[in-house]
Design a protein around this ligand. Structure first.
Ligand code: ADP
Ligand code: MG
Length: 343
């Protein structure tokens, strides 16, 4: 059945019936506004996903798209060290879409919502030319949120997980199906299609007051490091040899090895700064974070900008980081600090 046959209100009924009930929700989907309870400071975040701009239905399924929509919003809450609570989700839908596809989208949302303790409490629905998704997530910060601005010169820089998998995965997704067989490829594509928000790591790093500044890596390490440094008023040195890479990435990245790990987007790992004296305390919680954590560099005075050094301690040129290959692609804009470094 197509959406134009089902109609808006019957669709909303289906969405309501499929949505799970949540803690602290007095009235969810079905009234003029959701009514929820909150006694704490709130974290609010919103993301827009537009077909052909942010995703392409040729290589992402509706289920994956639903899952990813929630994951990218969860990642922003994780980056503040918070806990997610309520989701408001608005959709622009072409009338020729199949009802089944929209249900699959909500199945993806529901899967991750259940896993992460999030309740879908409302949204809006309209017809549109292409698929248009606007998600608004409400969370709370028990421990006091970690902002981007708390890093100091001398802090060490860490990342969770591995870098570059998502962009390399996207590279494979764009190839014909027949050219996507081989060990490790499905790992890389799944990092792109079903990313993991590092909620547990974020909240422990906040609770233990270990992360002094934190950001999630959505636009590539260097880009997001640039945001953290600007907010904190520092520069940074990144040791390229220290960057954590997955085995499939190491095997399959080839000539892209350097550039995707530095500038590839959508890994949704956390980047945070740590006072050197807190290293011992980080070791104590390391096992409970649910993901590996790797030291990749340090904060330096802001006048030194951001540099990436190779194994011999020599700074890389912008071209070695892959910037020249990518001009015009949004997730690889050259951060201001790198531009000044190059000059
Ligand atoms: P209104 O006329 O006030 O916009 P709607 O008929 O659009 O009301 O929505 C009715 C209920 O369904 C509201 O609770 C709204 O939050 C919810 N809702 C509408 N669209 C969606 C959606 N795409 N996902 C989840 N909830 C939705
Ligand atoms: Mg409406």
């Amino acid at each position: 059945m197509k959406l134009k046959e089902l109609g808006e209100f019957a669709l909303i009924d289906r969405i309501r019936n499929a949505a799970s009930r949540g803690k602290g929700v007095y009235v969810g989907i079905g009234d003029d506004a959701a009514w929820v309870r909150s006694k704490r400071d709130l974290l609010l975040t919103s993301d827009l996903l537009i077909e052909k701009v942010h995703f392409d239905l040729r290589w992402i399924s509706f289920y994956e798209l639903g899952y990813k929509t929630l994951a990218v919003n969860l990642s922003d809450i994780a980056a503040m060290g918070g806990t997610p609570d309520f989701l408001v989700l608005s959709l622009g839908l072409p009338v020729d879409f199949k009802v089944k596809d929209v249900e699959e989208f909500y199945r993806g949302i529901g899967k991750l919502a259940t896993q992460s303790g999030v309740c879908l409490v409302g949204g809006d629905t309209s017809r549109s030319e292409c698929l248009f998704i606007s998600a608004f997530l409400v969370g709370h910060a028990i421990h006091g949120p970690v902002t981007r601005s708390g890093a100091k010169v001398g802090d060490e820089l860490y990342v969770t997980g591995t870098l570059g998998d998502s962009s390399l995965g996207l590279d494979f997704l764009k190839r014909p199906k027949g050219k996507r067989v081989g060990k490790g490829i499905s790992y890389l594509t799944s990092r792109h299609l079903l990313p993991t928000a590092r909620l547990k790591a974020g909240s422990i790093l906040a609770k233990e007051r270990l992360a002094k500044a934190m950001i999630d890596i959505s636009d590539g390490l260097l880009q997001d490091l640039g945001h953290l440094c600007r907010a904190s008023g520092t520069g940074a040195v990144i040791w390229q040899e220290a960057l954590p890479l997955s085995r499939p990435y190491e095997r399959l990245a080839g000539g892209n090895r350097g550039r995707y790990s530095l500038t590839g987007g959508e890994d949704y790992e956390l980047l945070f700064s740590l006072r050197t004296g807190d290293r011992g305390r980080l070791e104590k919680v390391r096992k409970s974070l649910g993901v590996s954590v790797t030291r990749i560099g340090k904060c330096v005075p802001s006048r030194q900008g951001i540099t990436v050094t190779n194994g011999k301690g020599k700074p890389l040129a912008l071209s070695q980081m892959g910037y020249d290959h990518f001009k015009g692609r949004s997730h690889t804009r050259v951060p201001k600090r790198l531009q000044s470094y190059q000059a």
